[in-house]
Design a protein around this ligand. Sequence first.
Ligand code: ADP
Ligand code: TRP
Length: 331
Amino acid sequence: MEIVLSGIRPTGNLHLGNYFGAIKNFVRMQEENQCFFFIADYHSLTTHPKPGDLHGNVKQVLAEYIASGLDPEKATLYVQSDLPETVELYLFLNMNAYLGELERVTTFKEKARKQPDNINAGLLTYPSLMAADILIHKAHKVPVGKDQEQHLEMTRTFARRFNRMYKEDFFPIPQAYNFGEALVKVPGLDGSGKMGKSEGEDNAIFLVDEPKVIRKKIMKAVTDSGPTQMNQQKPEVIENLFNLLKIVSAPEVVDHYDRLYNQCTIRYGDLKKQLAEDVITFTTPIRERILEISANNDYISKVARIGAEKARESASKTINEIREIIGFRHF
Ligand code: ADP
Ligand code: TRP
């Protein structure tokens, strides 16, 4: 059976980008594979969260995972910091990770630009920690959005390097996975291209957003002054709105607005109203489950405890084999 693994950093509430780029696939995958889904709380330390915020966010994301359909009976749901074996593998991988290749990673360059006063070693070695997450369970498939492709490429590099160095066919070479479909990129509402929690207040629609908040954010979404020629190509901001519509609305609805656009009779206000209602229909049951689950501390603790036990069983097996291969042997 194939091993599937993925994680999300607990840096805020989950949004539609996280859902359609990642979690929707997690839910599908848990039916047929041995799945590990975790909350990457070690990774979130690169931005120095306050201790209380970190704990609250981990709890919230765990509740949002379950509310989105991840089933603790089918998949192993755990918190990364409950698995210190990951840190040991991170150290081993770092011994063979080179400054040049780490500095070339796009996400590192972006982060370094965004937080010039905090270019810490954790940011630089983010890809080795992510590789450790994946390799500690010898995962084959990693469902993630398009933005994570380069990190996965690094994981493959580290896995091959280890295998070559120790002449062992030890780590499987993990692949990004999206059921053979192209990796999804959910656009944001501010015309910036990608929906993301760090892109500003009104860019992302969160799964927990109240209907009135969703309506307000969507009505404020960036548009242009409208098409002036029949069948003209859509500029990026308009393409983004249509892409959101494609994600949550019926194909007839998308066709309808497409036709109006091509005839230059579209009213963006109507399209936005429709989009808002379709998003609300989609998020409402999830939001209700999030509220219910987050109020049940005992249940959340139980899920985390059982997940940690299952994950450690797999991780300790791998780390013992690695220690042996590297040459750390018992006396
Ligand atoms: P954010 O960009 O809001 O910080 P993360 O980087 O924590 O989100 O992403 C967590 C997961 O969700 C990753 O697998 C990522 O690929 C996916 N994801 C995030 N935003 C999007 C998006 N706009 N479109 C598709 N997938 C996304
Ligand atoms: N880097 C991922 C993100 O920002 C989160 C992550 C950490 C992850 N470790 C992982 C994803 C391992 C997949 C596999 O979204």
